[in-house]
Design a protein around this ligand. Structure first.
Ligand code: PAF
Length: 281
């Protein structure tokens, strides 16, 4: 695997690859790689002649400074995991490489995606995600970008960004990778104790409960029961339990109002904010 730290170096390398008509698959990450990331890489490796992974903990997408400071970094292990899976290129830039002129970017028009759910609870987060992904897409110019369904709203935001930029990059969304218990894999899980990890499975069980009962209970009842269950299971607080239209993420209030539904949860356990989702219909 070749590791590039400078934009100029990776740009020259990729320009040559594009000239020889190679398909470039791209997996952007913030490191602390787990099996979920590796499944994105495996998909990319299967479908492209060249796979690029980036590791960059993007400061502009953290609305909470403490969360940024506590974000896990496991670079040696990450490099070993990327080598083992057969990744071709790792892009490992510094903040100065990604944001050389320290300018505030023009805001991206994300519509209601910016104010709903994650947008509401993490002000500015998606502008930061767009800022870094825009820059990374400019540098890598991939044929396909691989994203995980765990970040359902982020997938929608990046699809919107690609549309705003009139980019030719295709978005490939891979299913959420889960532990055997059902807990969604996340770099943040590293910060949980063993007990916390066991208790956190309540999010997955709640999503299953919503999916299994959405035809029998009112959506308000489902949300109330799930909120109570999460708090009883050891969650400290809940940002949202939402049942939303899968294409707009607008909240839905009755079972019949939308043909595509997704349940989404964000909640804190042991001071760690976890998110997960499940498509219901
Ligand atoms: O999902 C992530 O890890 C990040 O939000 C991303 C897409 C790499 C942008 O920093």
């Amino acid at each position: 695997m070749i590791i590039y730290k400078k934009v100029i170096d990776i740009s020259i390398f990729l320009k040559n690859k594009r000239r020889s008509k190679q398909d470039i698959g791209f997996v952007p990450t913030m490191g602390a790689l787990h099996k979920g990331h590796l499944s994105l890489l495996e998909n990319s490796l299967k479908e492209n002649s060249l796979t690029v992974c980036s590791i960059f903990v993007n400061p502009t997408q953290f609305n909470d400074k403490a969360d940024f400071e506590k974000y896990p970094t496991t670079i040696e292990d990450d490099i070993a995991a990327l080598e083992a899976v057969g990744c071709d290129v790792l892009f490992l830039p510094s903040v100065e490489e990604i944001y050389p002129d320290n300018l505030s970017p023009e805001p991206y028009d994300l519509g209601s995606l910016e104010t709903l759910l994650e947008g509401k609870y993490r002000s500015g987060h998606f502008q930061g995600v767009c800022q870094v992904v825009d820059r990374l897409l400019d540098i890598v110019q991939p044929t396909t970008i691989y994203l995980g369904q765990k970040d359902y709203q982020q997938c929608m935001v990046i699809q919107k960004l690609i549309q705003l930029k009139n980019s030719n990059t295709t978005v490939f969304i891979c299913p959420t990778a889960r532990e055997i218990t059902g807990l969604a894999m996340s770099s943040r899980n590293i910060r949980l104790s063993q007990h916390g990890k066991e208790a956190a499975v309540a999010i997955y069980n709640s999503l299953l409960f919503i999916k299994g009962n959405s035809n029998y209970l009112s959506l308000a009842d489902l949300k109330n029961k799930v909120e109570t269950k999460l708090l009883q299971s050891g969650f400290d607080s809940i940002d949202y339990v939402e049942i939303a239209d899968g294409t707009t993420l607008e909240s839905i209030s009755d079972n019949t109002s939308s043909s595509s539904k997704v349940a989404l949860i964000a909640a804190f356990i042991e001071g760690v904010r976890l998110i997960d989702n499940m498509v219901i219909s």
